[in-house]
Design a protein around this ligand. Sequence first.
Ligand code: GP9
Ligand code: MN
Length: 407
Amino acid sequence: DGSELADIQNYIHSNKVEPNEELFGAAKGKNLVIISMESTQGFVINRKINGKEITPFLNNFIKESFYFDNLYHQTGQGKTSDAEFLVENSLYPLGRGAVFFTNPQNTYFATPRILAEQGYYTAAMHANNKSFWNRDLMYKSLGYNRYYHLLDYKVTQENSIGWGLKDQDFFDQSLLHIKQMPRPFYAKLITLTNHFPYILDEENQFIDEFNSSSKTLNRYFPTVRYTDEALKDFIQGLKDSGLYDDTVIVLYGDHYGISENHNEAMGQYLGKEITPFEEVQLQKVPVIIHVPGEKGKTISRASGQVDLKPTILHLLGIKSAVGLEFGNDLLSPDKQDFAVLRGGNFVTRDYIYTKDTCYSKSTGQPADPHVCKPFIEKANLELQYSDQIVYGDLLRFFGKNSKQKSQ
Ligand code: GP9
Ligand code: MN
């Protein structure tokens, strides 16, 4: 009957921080482009292979953007789709299975729906079979006007590699669609080339492979570098078509690309042993928000993908009416350091909790377990409340027609 909602609402209310006053509405009415960067982990930023940058474009782009270098992916078995769910709902994905498959018919107040209600044209773009991850169904519930999927792209043997259409061709073709969209628009683009097993043809290999016992890690660097190049060209395309100054651009890594099975090789690359303490921190994904007219700034508070929705909506001058969101505005001066990973591990300002051990962030050594206890409770409660919302379809109690406030 929805009575469990009161506790959840109290919890969310008491953890909510006010938006950044100056930046609220700083991008009001602008277009929004969100790009999901396949398997892109934070450690590649500003790092090199044989003297060459892995992400030369991103390394430059972060200088003129808000860059979050301490933000964690919070995905589970739903991988890319879990990241989409987090970013657009500010709810957690499920501990087991993919929420895109288990609960596609729920009521959601997701970013596409909210923006559509504000007069935006909303489109998801991804050159894969439309039913992969059940996207065709889920995207309707999330409020997309249109899903540009495999059949909307020209995919040939020549322009494909690995999982499908190469990112450069995907962006080129997507830009043609974007140029035709009514304004303002929200377009979400999902890249694909940097997907395990990181296959790339010679002509697109701009940097060397790494040299270790892990072929997976070795190949990872050139494919990340390839997508970086594709992103550069796409952003240039936005500039050439006059869209850049009218568009907020959000880039995020969806989840890890290199699993713990490759810790030894990863340790070789990073020059340190990958302990459980380090392994948690490898779950950071790069998040970059470019807002026309705003200067670049790096923000290092511990945070997660769950925080993106309120951050983006606030920049566009929109306050969520329903407000059942676990994230907080990353640009708010009051944002607390906190990121809970889907398995229950978490990161705070001072501690990292993993494998039932509370580590001090500054020393990397185990700390007095008592200092983590309140956060263990918070982490579990938050995941449990989010699961209750999803499993109970609790957002339906807010009515299908609940409108969002624009200020
Ligand atoms: C498939 C793409 C990759 O469409 O999103 O999926 P992943 O395996 O990373 O979830
Ligand atoms: Mn993915």
